[in-house]
Design a protein around this ligand. Structure first.
Ligand code: ZN
Length: 138
């Protein structure tokens, strides 16, 4: 528990500093994880994207779901995916925890960038989101 709160404090400090440097980066990226070890990983990836002057939202919530809740969420929101999906009207992204635990770093980071792409283009198009993701990863 001690380690987690130290990480959380460090995370907030890093977030605060970097938000001063990049004006269009989300002011807050809140990551909640129901599976072990993925919270700091997702937080690092989401914070390391190159938002530059892209019109990203200010408060982005990313939730890493366990298998039971992922299965339920996919049904509830009729999401046709095994990796992640974003609800633009709620500024929320859901990640499939069991998939994320097996995904390599590049794949995980690209998926997070793709979801940020949906929030930036404010669209559901996969090609548009990928185009934005390319910019975020460069
Ligand atoms: Zn997509």
């Amino acid at each position: 528990m001690m380690k987690l709160s130290v990480l959380g404090t460090l995370g907030s400090l890093i977030l605060l500093c970097s938000s001063l440097l990049a004006a269009r980066k989300p002011q807050t990226i809140e990551v909640v994880s129901q599976v072990v070890y993925q919270q700091p990983r997702v937080s690092v990836f989401a914070n390391s994207l190159h938002y530059r002057d892209l019109p990203m939202i200010n408060y982005w919530t990313i939730i890493v779901l366990n298998k039971e809740n992922w299965d339920e969420a996919v049904l509830k929101y009729k999401a046709n995916t095994v990796t992640a999906f974003t609800l633009p009207h709620l500024d929320q992204t859901f990640l499939n925890g069991p998939w994320l635990q097996k995904a390599g770093d590049w794949e995980a980071k690209h998926t997070i960038a793709h979801e940020a792409g949906h929030l930036i283009c404010k669209c559901n198009g996969e090609n548009e989101a990928n185009k934005v993701a390319d910019k975020l990863l460069k």
